[in-house]
Structures are given as structure tokens and as C-alpha cells.
Unconditional design. Structure first.
Length: 145
């Protein structure tokens, strides 16, 4: 019999693939924001004043790649660069009002799609998932992985 952790990992990958497919097909005509942009904007929103180096580390890419990515977000007027007052070499990033509005709209759209997916489960299964996710988050917050 397959090890339960391995089975859970396999199922997690499969569910993730299906969810990604549903999410992308639901927004196939939407060319305004991709997942990576959404995650980067969320990071910048949560950590206003984050540096380019920190964004690169979050994205797990080189500094030049992060700079190119950020340049697109600046060009779209979703974020702006700010010079650090104490260190002029340091560039900090901040969401613009347009970026905040776009992110809010995209999160609302993604949540609506997710509600449809989650509604496929019974109320009891949803309650179990909430319990499991809370337990997992509690464990992850205590452990440095």
C-alpha cells in the first residue's frame, strides 16, 4: 500500500493542477494580471517599502530578472519605485492606488471562482478542510521549513 504522505502529496499536486486549469479557463479572456503578478503585488502590498532584492528572493529569481518584472509592473502603473531616504542606492517599492484597485478586483474574481470549486464539497468536508488547514498553518508557523 502506498505511504499515506506520498498519496496525500500526489493528490495535492493533482488537485492543484485541476484548480489551476479551472482558474485559467475561467479567466482566459483576462489579460490584465497573471498569477505571478498577483502574488508579487500581494507581497508588495503586505510589505510596503520592500526592496528589489527582497522581491527577487521571494520570486526566487536573479536581481536582473526581478528588475525586468518590476519594470513591467511600474509601466502598468501598479507599483512605484521610491528612493530610500537614508540610503539613496536602495530602491523601495510601493503599490499605487491603481495597483491596489486592480489587485482587489483580481482577488475578488479568484475568490468567486474558488467558491464555486469549494461548493463541490459538502458542508462537513468544508469544515474538515478548514480544520486541517488551520492545523497545518499552526504547525508551519512553529516550524522553520
Amino acid at each position: 500500500m502506498e505511504h499515506s504522505a506520498d498519496h496525500l502529496i500526489d493528490l495535492t499536486f493533482e488537485v492543484t493542477r485541476h484548480m489551476r486549469k479551472v482558474m485559467s479557463s475561467a479567466g482566459k479572456d483576462d489579460k490584465t494580471m497573471n498569477w505571478l503578478q498577483m502574488h508579487a503585488l500581494s507581497l508588495i502590498s503586505e510589505h510596503e517599502g520592500i526592496t528589489m532584492k527582497e522581491v527577487a528572493a521571494f520570486m526566487k529569481v536573479s536581481a536582473p530578472s526581478a528588475t525586468s518584472f518590476v519594470n513591467r509592473l511600474v509601466k502598468m502603473k501598479w507599483i512605484e519605485r521610491l528612493t530610500d531616504a537614508s540610503n539613496r542606492k536602495l530602491v523601495r517599492l510601493k503599490m499605487t492606488p491603481a495597483g491596489k484597485q486592480m489587485l482587489t478586483e483580481k482577488i475578488a474574481q479568484k475568490k468567486q471562482i474558488m467558491r464555486g470549486i469549494i461548493s463541490l464539497l459538502s458542508a462537513e468536508d468544508q469544515a474538515q478542510m478548514i480544520r486541517i488547514y488551520r492545523n497545518l498553518l499552526t504547525s508551519l508557523s512553529r516550524k522553520d521549513l
